[in-house]
Each structure stands twice: as structure tokens, then as C-alpha cells.
Design a protein around this ligand. Structure first.
Ligand code: SDX
Length: 431
């Protein structure tokens, strides 16, 4: 990684500093500024981390210009069409595609961890029924550290692995329970005879009064949505998990922090905001009005599900998601869904508009996902919890990679201070 022959020269007030240039296996070179403050007494300034590599990683690579996304080197479109979510989880966790025996063992382990401690059911009842399921998930996942003490010692590799398995296995159960609680229906226990995606659908849509048969095509679509959301380099919620874990916090607390960050409409909350926007637009003839608003600097409105910090081309996940939307809606006999028509027309109008072309704004992963999830029967409030469920494997894989680094230091950014310099206190009678 360190190529001693490549350095950058920085000159400040006549003094010259050599900064090593680190060479990646893919992507841009990286200027190593770790010693800059000690040598030159200056900070660098990059509030949105648009030009900052906060870590090194071998898990996921994104080429924003090409619209490329690789998980351990495998392209997302191949994984979405040829693999399945638990195999992708194994790949992200262990940096290798599993053999048949390894995969069977892993799937059995995950299946056997899907139930949560019975006492945790009480946590849900402390929330109002109309609580957003993301609020419930932040609370219940954080509370896992109060129950699973035998997997909170981050210094023990075996405990780290058990915590990883528990989180991947229990997130669908917790998300489904949050949904059931919000609609006043009884919790449905996981079933070991169902695969990961089918189990989640069953826990969400089964009721005691009648058997619920999971449609295998919907289960396949659900599984693909999980795969498309599994990991995405150093996005905001993953960076939150990494920063939390750098202090030595337990994995459940770190994942709860990631869930909280993902909730924002600029990040994982965009799938809910996008469908709400499409419903607000309502009909194709209102699209020009919303395109104009998105371009209006005085209007805070943005096209939700459009644009991306890294992708300045199509988000490859959006391409796969769009194909899946067509398949699922046709299967459900709602291919004439007016909202899908609005989404497709909105995408075409935006892509044909110079404003979006100049700013390289394309549909992202959140643009079509909500249409599929709504067609499956989920309320918009469940869209981001499903994103969080799927992203847990990415968060925990990145957490594991960071925790295993013996050179790990606590994350502690500095600042550009623009406040008052030192001044004396003034007594109230003198103010
Ligand atoms: C996710 O980082 C990840 O990897 C995230 C994610 C993952 O898998 O973890 O991919 C998941 O979060 C996807 C993004 C979901 N968010 C949305 O869909 C919300 C709508 N999009 C935006 O708010 C915005 O595009 C961001 C937040 C996603 C990215 O914003 P940036 O990179 O900080 O860019 P910016 O806000 O500086 O915008 C650049 C320009 C601005 O115009 P100028 O000030 O240069 O004139 O583009 C404009 C923005 O006004 N712009 C938009 C727009 N997004 C950016 N204008 C209209 N509609 C939009 N959606």
C-alpha cells in the first residue's frame, strides 16, 4: 500500500513537507496526512469528508464515475442475480464465497439465532403504537447489550463472531416485531423451516387466524432487496458504526448508532421520503412542477431517491431494483401501478433535464425500492427498517474489520475554530 517512491510536496511559509502517497488496489491514490499536524502544525479541512479516506478496507469498492459496486471484488449485479443474501453475508464477513458445506453451516447457525430473549418482548410494549419502527429498532437493538453479555467482549474473536451472527439473525425478528406492534397484531415467532427472506415475510404478514403461505417469487425479490442494501463502503451510517466502535463500545450499541444515523432522509430514510414524494406528485402531469421545485435554489425540496455523494453515474443497485420492480408488480398484477408510472416518467424527465445532467444526479438505491416494498404490502414506515435489517451485515463486517486492526485508535476529528478567543467572565450586574 505504501509506495515509498510516491510522495507529495507541501510548502507552507517556505517550509516543505513530504507527504507519502498510498496506492490502493483500485480507486484514487491516498495522501497520507497522519503526521501533518505534528510536522506542520496545521489541520486539513473537509467537513463532509468528500475528499477524506477515514480508513483502509478490503470489503466494498465503489467507482462513482463508472457506477461500479464490488463486494470483495464481486460485482453487485452478479451477486444480485446469482447469489443470495446469506451467501453475500458470508462473503462480506469472511472475505470468501463459501463452499456448500460452509454455507450450510453458516445458514444453520443464523437460523438458530433468529429468536430474541423472551423478556425483550416487553421493550416493545413500552413504546406508543404509533412510534416509528426505526425508533423501536434503535431502542431494542441497543438493549441487546443488556441481554447478550456473552458476546460483548470485543477483544475475544469468538464473542465478536457470535455477536455478528446474533445481529444478522435477529434483525429480521426485531424489525417484524416492530411492524406487528405498530399495527396491533401479535408477534410471530421465526420458523426454522423457512429461509431468511421468507421467514421475514412470514413474521410480518402471518396472523394466528390463518396460515400465511410465502410466495417464493416475493421471497426471492425480498432477498434481492436485502443483497442490494448489504454494504456500501464508508457511508454515513457505516462511518457512525466505525466511530462508535473506535471507543471500544459493544457491537449492539454500535449497530444501534448506525440505525439512528441511517434514519435520516438524506440517507436511509430516503426510501420512505421518495415514496411519499411520488404519492404527493400523484400523476404524471404534475412532474414538471416538482422538477422545477427541485431545481429552485430557494426551495429546499429535493428529488428523493436522486443524487448520491459518490455515484456520478447510475447507482448500479437502482438498475437492478428497477428490473425487480417490473417483475414484482407484474407478478402482483399491479404492473399498471400509477406510482410506478410516475416514477418512470419522473426518472426520464430528470435524466433529460440539463440541471440533473450537469450535477450528475441519477436515481439511487432508494428510488425504486419503496415501490416494490409498498406493492409487497409494507407501509412506508417499514422501508428504512428493512434497509437497516439488510445493512446490518455491512455495518458488522466493517466493525469486525476495524476492531481486528491492532493499530486501531479512537476516532477524534479536530475543527476549524471560529469562535471567541479567551475573554474574562462578566458579572450579571455588569452586563
Ligand atoms: C443513500 O453514501 C452512501 O453510500 C449512501 C447509500 C448507502 O447505500 O449507504 O447509498 C444510501 O443514502 C442514498 C442517498 C439517499 N438520499 C436521497 O435520495 C436524498 C436526496 N439526495 C440528496 O439529498 C443528495 O443527493 C445526497 C445527500 C444523496 C448527496 O448529496 P451531496 O453529495 O452532499 O451533494 P450536494 O448536496 O452537495 O448536492 C450537489 C448539488 C447541489 O446543488 P448546488 O448547491 O451545487 O447548486 O446537487 C444538488 C444540490 O442542490 N442536488 C439535488 C439533489 N441532490 C443533490 N438537487 C435536487 N434533487 C436532489 N436529489
Amino acid at each position: 500500500m505504501v509506495d515509498e517512491t510516491k510522495t507529495a510536496k507541501l510548502t507552507i511559509d517556505g517550509d516543505s513537507y513530504d507527504l507519502p502517497i498510498l496506492s490502493p488496489t483500485a480507486g484514487p491514490d491516498v495522501l497520507d496526512i497522519r503526521k501533518l499536524y505534528g510536522q506542520a502544525g496545521v489541520f486539513t479541512y473537509d467537513p463532509g469528508f468528500t475528499s477524506t479516506a477515514a480508513c483502509d478496507s478490503t470489503i466494498t469498492f465503489i467507482d462513482g464515475g463508472k457506477g461500479e459496486l464490488l463486494h470483495r471484488g464481486y460485482p453487485i449485479d452478479q451477486l444480485a442475480s446469482q447469489s443470495h443474501f446469506l451467501e453475500v453475508c458470508y462473503l462480506l464477513l469472511y472475505d470468501a464465497l463459501p463452499t456448500a458445506a460452509e454455507l450450510e453451516d453458516f445458514e444453520t447457525t443464523i437460523t438458530r439465532h433468529t429468536m430474541i430473549h423472551e423478556q425483550m418482548h416487553n421493550f416493545f410494549r413500552g413504546f406508543r403504537r404509533d412510534a416509528h419502527p426505526m425508533a423501536t429498532m434503535v431502542g431494542v437493538v441497543g438493549a441487546m447489550s443488556a441481554f447478550y453479555h456473552d458476546s460483548t467482549d470485543i477483544a475475544d474473536p469468538r464473542q465478536r463472531e457470535i455477536a455478528s451472527h446474533r445481529l444478522i439473525a435477529k434483525m429480521p425478528t426485531i424489525a417484524a416485531m416492530a411492524y406487528k406492534y405498530s399495527i396491533g397484531q401479535p408477534f410471530v415467532y421465526p420458523r426454522n423451516d423457512l429461509d431468511y427472506a421468507a421467514n421475514f415475510l412470514h413474521m410480518c404478514f402471518s396472523v394466528p387466524a390463518e396460515e400465511y403461505q410465502v410466495d417464493p417469487i416475493l421471497a426471492r425479490a425480498m432477498d434481492r432487496i436485502f443483497t442490494l442494501h448489504a454494504d456500501h463502503e464508508q457511508n454515513a451510517s457505516t462511518s457512525t458504526v466505525r466511530l462508535a466502535s473506535s471507543s471500544g463500545a459493544n457491537p449492539f450499541a454500535c449497530i444501534a448508532a448506525g440505525i439512528a444515523c441511517l434514519w435520516g432522509p438524506a440517507h436511509g430514510g430516503a426510501n420512505q421520503a421518495c415514496l411519499e414524494m411520488l404519492n404527493e406528485i400523484g400523476t404524471v402531469d404534475r412532474i414538471p412542477e416538482f422538477i422545477a421545485r427541485a431545481k429552485d435554489k430557494n426551495d429546499p425540496f429535493r428529488l428523493m431517491g436522486f443524487g448520491h455523494r459518490v455515484y456520478k453515474n447510475f447507482d448500479p443497485r437502482a438498475t437492478v431494483m428497477k428490473q425487480s420492480a417490473d417483475e414484482v408488480l407484474e407478478l402482483l398484477g399491479v404492473e399498471n401501478n400509477p406510482i410506478l408510472a410516475v416514477a418512470k416518467e419522473l426518472e426520464a424527465a430528470a435524466l433529460a433535464d440539463p440541471y440533473f445532467a450537469e450535477k450528475k444526479l441519477f436515481p439511487n438505491v432508494d428510488f425504486y425500492s419503496g415501490i416494490i416494498l409498498e406493492a409487497m404490502g409494507f407501509p412506508t414506515s417499514m422501508f428504512t427498517p428493512i434497509f437497516a435489517l439488510a445493512r446490518t451485515v455491512g455495518w458488522i463486517s466493517q466493525w469486525k474489520e476495524q476492531i481486528s486492526d491492532p493499530a486501531l485508535k479512537i476516532g477524534r476529528p479536530r475543527q476549524l475554530y471560529l469562535g471567541e478567543t479567551a475573554r474574562d467572565y462578566v458579572n450579571i450586574e455588569d452586563r
